[in-house]
Design a protein around this ligand. Structure first.
Ligand code: TPP
Length: 634
């Protein structure tokens, strides 16, 4: 096997042309085999096998720096840099990350995970090189999907001023996760198909030739000016006109053509964009036929392409999806916005039912939020459905454009809490904190399936900025009997007893149920309350709890800093200093990839860990004190 000869970045350079072809096939087989077991990003990786090989053949890693936008397509890069054997643990707890990580390899020159950062980061690395007088190449690889994100344009605007070499590879497979959208995508498509420049040339010539007497002369004159010829003949003029040299389009599955283009690119003394055309899912028929489905996959059967895990219960995403469609049928002012995630957020159903009220803005969370603010100002009820970690992109837009004007934009914040195998960049563990910090914003976390339905209905009738945050995966179906109508800023008492009160929000309410059962089994009296609103939190409920409980335990799947627990603690300390408070929340750190149950355990938010902490910090002493008092009485 040629693949076994590859144990470091230089090894590929020793292969013959024939061996390279075999290696490409072996890498594809390897990726399909490994990802079918671990899950991961498949289609994007299959599309860049030859491109990555050509990069390794042309450049010297780790001296030369390569930045992978999003980083989900970096698997071949991981193989070629010598990490083949770590694929068995890909994205598993303690195993190799699915994204580039500087701490994993010197060949990973910049960590990525969120889209559209590579050109800025690459430009920064190139600027560092120049200031320090170093001499290496810097290459940013960005997809056509990632090129819909605003930051990429800010970076291109600055890259155009570079006076030294900086290479941008545009990996154009005509797809984001779903179909790519927008004017840039149309422009790239016109280059890809050749219609743009050839069509334009034909069109202009035919119009000019119709002008009597001077038409033919004009054509000749225009054609004679250098720029005119370029305008009519050269693809990529948009980039050229900005001051960025355009090379391409290049066949992204032809190693020779790619290597030639990259070699040409490295000789220039300014920014150059190499436009590479690839096919998402290349070489594995199910992924070629359905690249969206195979963008990010669960373990699957290689022969059939079917996912192994059967879906049993509806996910929170499904519940959101059906509820918004039901409500939108009644209320024609409800519109929905997604930033390139119609599938993941469940808005595909909405898009089908209400195409004119559905807006996929591309990977442009900032624009998505502000355009939703505009729609709200114009009399609509926009729902922005977005993953928690990607909403971080739209922070100033939420604050500046939505909340200052107190506009009725609903944020359906999906994948909130720990998400698992995508790791640090994708964990949705900050939203309770960053949203709670913004005046006028209301933050709601449903405990189960039915509360998400009721919460969404409430949010759409509320009339101000409102965020509902719910976790990835199956919707919790427990606690069905508790469905008190939602009142603004009010929590819900579930089991009311005395001594210890568990005050939980969102996913932690079900954890609270388990903790309560364990406490009861050990003879403690315990209350379980559902906070529901993280902001404004229910002060009345806290006033009630402190009367009968000596310990309040707050529980949330969010970092402690700025979250629910500290808000409640601040209030208790101010008004009831004698009451003890224990906060269950995530630590002040980034959480790596891994199975969610393992992560919850490791981070101390599963019911066993909560019990352990309760005992260690409070209950053992409390029990000992009680026994001591008893003994003294005797
Ligand atoms: C800020 C942000 N929003 C959304 C995503 C989710 N996401 C991951 S990959 C992707 C599509 C990227 O498309 P493209 O750059 O063309 O790469 P391809 O997968 O097609 O190779 C999206 C939307 C993200 N990573 N970051």
């Amino acid at each position: 096997m040629i693949l076994e000869l590859i144990n470091g970045p230089e090894d590929i350079k020793r292969l013959t042309k024939q061996e390279l072809d075999i290696l490409g096939q072996e890498i594809r087989d390897f990726l399909v085999e490994k990802i079918s077991v671990t899950g991961g990003h498949l289609a994007s990786n299959l599309g860049v096998v030859e491109l990555t090989m050509a990069i390794y053949l042309t450049f010297d890693l780790p001296k030369d720096k390569v930045i992978w936008d999003v980083g989900h397509q970096s698997y071949t890069h991981k193989i070629l840099s010598g990490r083949r054997e770590e694929f068995d643990d890909l994205r598993q707890y303690g195993g190799m990350s699915g994204f580039p990580k500087r701490k994993e390899s010197p060949c990973d020159s910049f960590d990525t995970g969120h889209s559209s950062t590579s050109v800025s980061a690459g430009l920064g690395l190139a600027q560092a090189r120049d200031v320090l007088g170093e001499n290496h190449s810097v290459v940013s690889v960005i997809g056509d999907g990632a090129l819909t994100g605003g930051m990429a344009y800010e970076a291109l605007n600055n890259a155009a001023r570079m006076k030294k070499n900086f290479i941008i590879i545009l990996n154009d497979n005509n797809m984001s996760i779903s179909e790519n959208v927008g004017g840039m995508s149309t422009y790239l498509n016109s280059i890809r198909t050749g219609e743009g420049y050839l069509g334009l040339k034909k069109h202009v010539t035919s119009i000019l030739s119709r002008i009597p007497a001077v038409g033919d002369q004009l054509i000749e004159k225009i054609s004679r000016t250098k720029n005119g010829i370029k305008q009519l003949l050269i693809p990529g003029m948009l980039f050229e006109n900005m001051g960025i040299t355009y090379l391409g389009p290049v066949d992204g599955h032809n190693i020779k053509a790619l290597s030639r283009a990259l070699n040409d690119a490295r000789k220039l003394d300014h920014t150059v964009l190499v436009h590479v055309i690839t096919q998402k899912g290349r070489g594995y028929a199910p992924a070629e036929n359905n690249p969206s489905k195979f963008h990010g996959v669960e373990p699957f059967d290689i022969l059939t392409g079917e996912f192994k895990k059967e879906k049993k219960n509806p996910s929170y995403t499904d519940v959101f999806s059906k509820t918004i469609c039901r409500l939108a049928k009644e209320d024609k002012t409800i519109v929905a916005v997604t930033a390139a995630m119609p599938d993941g957020t469940g808005l595909k159903r909405f898009a089908r039912a209400f195409p004119s009220r559905f807006f996929d803005v591309g990977i442009a969370e900032e624009h998505g939020v502000t355009s939703a603010a505009g729609m709200a100002a114009g009399g609509l009820k926009p729902v922005v459905a977005v993953y928690s970690s990607f909403l971080q992109r739209g922070y100033d837009q939420i604050l500046h454009d939505v909340c200052i004007q107190n506009l009725p934009v609903v944020f359906a914040v999906d994948r909130a809490g720990l998400v698992g195998s995508d790791g640090e960049t994708h964990q949705g563990i900050f939203d309770l904190s960053f949203l709670s910090a913004i005046p006028n914003m209301s933050v709601f976390a449903p405990k189960n399936l039915w509360e998400l339905i009721d919460g969404l209905e409430f949010a759409l009738s509320y009339g101000g900025p409102f965020a509902l945050r719910y976790p990835r995966g199956e919707a919790y179906k427990g606690l069905k009997e508790f469905r008190a109508p939602i009142e603004f800023g009010k929590g819900e008492m579930l089991y009311e007893e005395s001594d210890i009160a568990l005050l939980a929000v969102g996913s932690m309410v079900s954890t609270g149920e388990h903790v309560r059962e364990k406490l009861k089994a050990e003879g403690w009296s315990c209350t379980l309350a559902n906070g529901r609103f993280v902001k404004p939190f229910d002060k009345g409920m806290v006033d009630r709890l402190v009367k009968k409980h000596w310990l309040i335990v707050t529980m949330e799947e969010n970092v402690l800093q700025g979250g629910y627990g500290l808000a409640v603690t601040g209030y208790i300390h101010e008004h009831y200093p004698h009451v003890k408070v224990m906060n269950i929340a995530l630590p002040d750190s980034y959480v790596e990839h891994g199975n969610v149950s393992l992560l919850r355990k490791g981070l101390g938010i599963d019911s066993d860990s909560v019990m352990w902490r309760l005992k260690k910090e409070y209950l053992d002493t409390e029990r000992q004190n009680a026994e001591w008092k008893e003994m003294q009485k005797r």
